[in-house]
Write a protein that binds this ligand. Sequence first.
Ligand code: HEM
Length: 408
Amino acid sequence: MSEINRRHILRTGGALGALGAVSLASPAQAAQSLWTWSPTGSVAATGSGADPRYVWDPEADPVAAAVLDSGDVAHVNALLRTWTRNDQPLPTGLPANVRDFMESARRLPGWTDQGKLAKAFDFNKKRGIYLGVLYGFASGMISTVIPHEARAVYHSKGGANLKDRISKTAKLGYDMTQRNGFQPDGQLIVTCVKTRLVHAAVRHLLPQSPQWTTGSDQDIPISQRDLLVTWHSLPTTVMQKLTGWGVPIAADESAAFLHSWQLCGHLLGIQDEYLPASWAEADSQAKQVLDPILGPTPEGKNLANILLNLGSTIDGGILTTHILGALTRFILGNQVAGWLDIPREPVWDPLLQTAWPPFIAVREGLLPFPLAPAAYWTLEEIIRQIALLFLSEGQTISIEIPDTNRPS
Ligand code: HEM
């Protein structure tokens, strides 16, 4: 795609809407459902209604492109490494366009509700063990069957070192669970704004990758629609699983958890007119953007295989790979497990099927403790270990703007 076309699309963003649908749609894109979700259901309650497939990030994208084109990435990354706290002034020496963008992007929106954020922390603390498993096995594994995401991750620089990349993504998950995530002494705002710049850099870099462009149905990756898809793979999927398992969740805690993710989405550059205002709106949007696009890709299979072997540092994969595979099948179902070539596990599959409901019931005080099967203890311990695997070590990670694609 020529630079002029690209710039034009980035500049015109949402306004391109209907025209873009004609000029850019490939057969694969045409198979995706049309955008009918109304902005009246969003946190903005109003908006253009433009199909987010043809909207990217008009504020961040030109900034990242300029940093990359001027060869300033190493310098900017070195400065940003020192920027870690939400209330910290930006380091001096940043290019003016980067500084201006970040000053604007770090501001919390007017609809921020501190009361809900405090409640969200209570929820995260209470449900931490489930959240660890669900972020890892619902959200993390589902990302490998989201074709746009799997291909983008695989062909970008971080795709070559998935373990490192996961710890960076886990940093966002870790920051989300902290009491002070959005507070002046927290780190989540910094993590989100840096990630927004990383995504913008990827939009500039991947179109230069022959491996990514071959077989891609997009000219530019990480559209607003893609961001929504991944957003739904996080809070919407997690909440659907928790309620499906019968975990009792108070209405105010559920609303607070949603609020924290709405804010996170905003800070990542998702436009307010696309962020669902309620769980009902989130479910209806996910049905439109997430459910129909799931499917296998060679890149996704490769990433899933690496993820399932993450625990091999602990036991050489003897036990962990089997447990992680079984958990993926249990949480995401047979179809997804099949797409990812995950083998059936004669011990772990039935164990999870039979022990999970009482496990939840015991933890939630719905089943008197003496009736708990012995498997309860095994599961509790396994879950703790897995949550640690995915959510530990979030502290010292630095999220950096990539300067290249995956080396071929
Ligand atoms: C980077 C989170 C959506 C593709 C990152 C990073 C985080 C993150 C924390 C920084 C980690 C790193 O530097 O490696 C999220 C969240 C999303 C989201 C919370 C949605 C709510 C997406 C989508 C795509 C995508 C929709 C693609 C379709 C990538 C890629 C990188 C990245 C390619 C860069 C990896 C590299 O440096 O090579 N994301 N992401 N992300 N993300 Fe996302």
